[in-house]
Design a protein around this ligand. Structure first.
Ligand SMILES: *Cc1c(COP(=O)(O)O)cnc(C)c1O
Length: 376
């Protein structure tokens, strides 16, 4: 019997020259969290994001958010506003610092942080003498959030924005790359992201001084001295030169990866939008999504589950959309400003396999399994 291979949601896709950069690290013995690949990878990202960016590559996107919060002086007892509809890594670093997350629901146009609810939350917190220290906004699934609106509110109340662009490298807002649209941006190169270093991340600063501070904190906060001298608490968060080699190879194919993921979206949309029970998130004006993951919204929880279980039977991975943070057991006592938007998305939405390495055959296999349920 022919056994079908498992289809994953989003698997790594090497371009070809990653190994060359990794070998160079071995050949020159730069097996350390510094070296030519680290410098080269940072330059590649800066060239991609624009002259105003100063990039520090790190061990993960989570580490980047942790450092970003620290660079904004978030500390014990502070409040940080965070998009509720996201992966837990957007919010966890707030707690690492002893600060408290306040969750904000999404709006339906981009599925990201609602400008209206954000402003309501800020006013409420200021009234109660708890002015938030930072805002964490997320370009979820690669779709840019309402950048102009969010930046305008942030400016009005003088609160810095951390742009969680972990899922959005290659996306842009009116032509300007995601990751470089706010005070501090972060990227992730985890194995499931649009490009990967197996594990890794980056902090995108607006000044060289801020980048230098991020690098200082990420390499154990060593003061300038011949011995080990420390006047602040540091972290071991720098990216390895070996892994940065993978990143350099991946940057060469980033645009191809974006094109392939967008093609996946177009394929699913072409074949599934004919069903009244299925809808897709369109790009609002000015938003260009890397379509990291294609999500469908069904008309009921029941249908979503039927499709998911049918895919599972055929060894095809799919997953409900992110469960909002305000619904997570660990954050259940946190203050939140919500109107049910992301709860509904979580209820009815499904992430379909979206890797840039899916074949036509894979796509038709997935499609046939989904339509089998829809045609019932
Ligand atoms: C993946 C991800 C992160 C964390 O990145 P890691 O590199 O896995 O630590 C943060 N935020 C979002 C929205 C993510 O998808």
């Amino acid at each position: 019997m022919l056994t079908k291979t498992k289809i994953y949601l989003s698997s790594p896709h090497m371009g070809g020259s990653e190994q060359k950069f990794v070998n160079a690290a071995f050949d020159t013995n730069w097996i350390a969290p510094l070296g030519p690949n680290v410098d080269g990878f940072e330059k590649d990202i800066q060239d991609y994001l624009g002259d105003h960016t100063h990039v520090a590559v790190l061990s993960s996107g989570t580490a980047a958010i942790h450092l970003a919060l620290q660079l904004l002086n978030v500390s014990k007892g502070d409040e940080v506003l965070c998009q509720s509809f996201t992966f837990s890594a957007s919010a966890n670093p707030i707690v690492y610092l002893g600060a408290t997350p306040v969750f904000i629901d999404s709006e339906p146009d981009t599925w990201n942080i609602s400008p209206e609810l954000l402003e309501i939350a800020i006013r409420d917190r200021i009234e109660k003498y708890k002015k938030p220290k930072a805002i964490i906004a997320v370009h979820l699934y690669g779709m840019p959030y309402k950048v102009d609106e969010i930046n305008a509110i942030a400016k009005k109340y003088d609160i810095p924005v951390i742009e969680d662009s972990a899922e959005a490298l290659g996306s842009n807002y009116y032509g300007k790359p995601c990751g470089a649209l706010s005070d501090i941006g972060i990227l992730s190169f985890n194995g499931n992201k649009i490009i990967t270093t197996s594990g890794g991340g980056a902090l995108i600063a607006r000044t060289e001084a801020l980048k230098t501070k991020a690098v200082f904190l990420s390499t154990q906060a060593r003061d300038h001295a011949p011995h080990y001298e420390h006047s602040s608490i540091g972290y071991n968060y720098r990216m390895s030169n070996v892994l940065a080699g993978i990143g350099r190879g991946q940057m060469e194919v980033l645009d191809k990866r974006v094109a392939a993921r967008r093609q996946n979206f177009d394929f699913y949309k072409k074949h599934l939008s004919t069903y009244d029970s299925i809808s897709f998130l369109e790009e609002p004006e000015g938003c260009f999504s890397n379509r990291w993951i294609t999500c469908i919204i069904t008309d009921s929880f029941k249908l979503r589950e039927q499709i998911r279980l049918e895919l599972q039977l055929d060894d095809i991975e799919s997953r409900p959309l992110w469960k909002p943070m305000n619904m997570q057991p660990i954050f259940k006592d946190c203050l939140h400003f919500t109107d049910g938007t992301s709860e509904t998305l979580f209820d009815k939405g499904l992430c379909l396999p979206s890797g840039s390495n899916l074949t036509q055959e894979d796509l038709y296999r997935i499609l046939n399994t989904v339509t089998k349920t829809l045609d019932l």
